[in-house]
Design a protein around this ligand. Sequence first.
Ligand code: 5GP
Length: 106
Amino acid sequence: MTSEKTLFSKIIDREIPSTIVYEDEKCIVINDINPKARVHLLVIPKKPIATLFELTPEDKDVMGHMMLLLPQLAQAQNLEGFKTQINTGEAGGQEVFHIHIHLLGN
Ligand code: 5GP
């Protein structure tokens, strides 16, 4: 087990700059640095869970919290609809090993 901070933990701790769209005690929402749509947000739990494979029952609350946040974020960006994506594992195209939900909309 490594104690190295994830890229997103460094963003959460303001060690790396980013555009923070929303933050509360459980999660942070930032603009993706390389947007694939007009709106491309990343919803990130403050707990640095590596992938969906590492989720445990104690993570139900934060995962549900983030799901409930998605439509609110979309409405705040004036989106009538949106896509979500969670890349999981190298084979699933995941590059940053700290769970995040992509929210994309045009
Ligand atoms: P993944 O491929 O792991 O699902 O997605 C990682 C996402 O993080 C990519 O869409 C990438 O553009 C974004 N990303 C990588 N580094 C940074 C960064 O330093 N700041 C921000 N805001 N986004 C980043």
